[in-house]
Design a binder for this molecule. Structure first.
Ligand code: HAM
Length: 431
């Protein structure tokens, strides 16, 4: 029996070998390149943390009551009997690495990004995978609303550059711990008489983390919470000022957003600013494209200095699927992995001459390949066609005895002659 990939994961392959357009590796490479170039412009440095961490990091960091920790983590015991977890999200590992390397002594704030796989045991469905990939940006040591605005600007700029349409930012403030405590009580008072009418999930959340009832996707729950008190009426003065200033900066920068007092996000570490990017165009996956917010208490909770922090994570699968649904112009300029020139040698002498040439072309930086299987001409041309090579050059006895060799442009079928000693100059590639 053939061994298949596990449920909820996927492979990326080059070009037409990919089973779906969004699984083309060139597309991922181009998106990653765009992210890296934007991060350079915005001053974020890359961090790569391990794929697995001690389970405790996520229990403490992501939060004991969260969906991720209670039901979605890939935990395993290593051979030394320690409990390990495949990284379900990037924020606690980034905070751990920051503390472990004493980065707080290097001047603050520090701005980081990562592009990394994340693992969550979720029910697989469109846009939801058991291994997904996130571009995350995190800033440690910046407390001002300008810092939150810079992140939202980076995120929306990325979406725009990738050709995504109708993305809006949903924004809220969760205030400080005291404000949340007071709101929690008011919310519970409001929900209590409706308890029986709420979904089973929301009833459970009422006991564990009532704010998450606001997040419920169940239409009956949504109808009830539409009348719930608003957390924005409970904000402490400092948080209210912080939120007002953030809105002012976003308005000034003409970054569209909408305020939703029901946005709470599903992770325990957030305080003050929270936001989500959603796509309203109706095509492509409907779930959020990205989300983030402030986590001013997380570093202290992990045993480090009490430093403010803020960040976001956005899923590459959802971005790329939305790009395809929106027919992003970005898709037109994908690089190809196919060779510029494919050499086909007919006969032993031609083979040796082509091998030398192959080395020369490659040293000159030209993407060249050779058909090593020594196929017959017809078969070799069929292979050349499917390889996607731009040009094909067939070398037989005639070509060996001439100063020039013929090269065929596969897209047009046009042939042209190039001198042997001009081949590695690459001039012929330019037109
Ligand atoms: P999150 O909202 O759990 O936040 O995930 C961020 C993004 O990752 C989501 O908006 C979505 O695009 C993508 N995503 C999450 N789960 C899946 C899945 N199963 N399949 C496909 N895509 C998925 C975080 O992880 C936080 N660490 C974000 C953050 C950074 N907050 C502050 N700093």
């Amino acid at each position: 029996m053939k061994v298949k990939s596990p449920i909820g994961v996927f492979d990326l392959l080059p070009g037409l070998l990919a089973s779906d357009p969004w699984k083309r590796v060139e597309l991922w490479q181009a998106v990653e390149q765009e992210i890296r170039s934007l991060c350079r412009i915005y001053g974020f440095g890359e961090v790569r943390t391990p794929v697995f961490e001690c389970t405790e990091l996520f229990q403490k960091g992501t939060g004991e009551g969260t969906d991720i920790v209670t039901k979605e983590m890939y935990n395993f015991e290593d051979l030394g009997g320690r409990s390990m977890t495949l990284r379900p999200e990037g924020t606690p590992p980034l905070a751990r690495a920051f503390l472990e390397h004493g980065v707080q002594n290097q001047g603050l704030p520090q701005k980081f990004f990562y592009i990394a796989p994340m693992f969550r045991y979720e029910r697989p469905q469109a846009g939801r995978y058991r291994q997904h990939h996130q571009f995350g940006a995190e800033v440690i040591g910046g407390s001002t609303p300008d810092q939150d605005a810079e992140l939202i600007d980076l995120l929306t700029t990325l979406y725009r550059r990738l050709g995504l349409k109708n993305v809006s930012i949903v924004l809220n403030s969760l205030g400080g711990a005291e404000a949340r405590q007071a709101f929690r009580k008011a919310l519970l008072d409001f929900l209590a008489p409706h308890r029986e009418k709420l979904s089973a999930d929301s009833q459970k959340r009422m006991d564990q983390n009532p704010l998450r009832v606001l997040d419920s996707k169940d239409p009956a729950d949504q109808a009830i919470v539409a009348h719930a008190p608003s957390i924005l009426d409970f904000l402490d003065q400092e948080s209210a000022d912080h939120f007002a200033e953030l809105r002012r900066i976003l308005d000034r920068s003409k970054i569209p957003y909408e305020v939703s007092p029901r946005l709470v996000r599903g992770l325990d570490y957030y305080n003050r600013t929270v936001f989500e990017a959603v796509c309203r165009s109706g095509s492509g996956p409907s779930a959020s494209l990205g989300g983030g917010g402030r986590y001013d208490g997380l570093l202290h909770l992990l045993g480090g200095a009490d430093l403010p922090a803020t960040g976001f994570g956005t899923g590459l699968e959802r971005i790329i699927q939305t790009m395809i649904a929106h027919e992003s112009p970005f898709l037109q300029k994908l690089p190809s992995h196919a060779p510029d020139l494919l050499l086909i040698a007919l006969g032993e002498e031609a083979r040796l001459r082509c091998l030398d040439l192959l080395g020369e072309l490659r040293r000159a930086g030209i993407a060249a390949s050779m058909d090593f299987a020594n196929k017959k001409l017809g078969k070799a041309m069929r292979y050349a066609n499917s390889s996607g090579a731009k040009y094909v050059m067939v070398v037989g006895d005639t070509e060996l005895s001439h100063e020039e060799v013929k090269m065929k442009e596969m897209a047009t079928g046009e042939e042209r002659s190039v001198r042997w000693d001009q081949l590695s100059s690459g001039q012929w590639l330019k037109g």
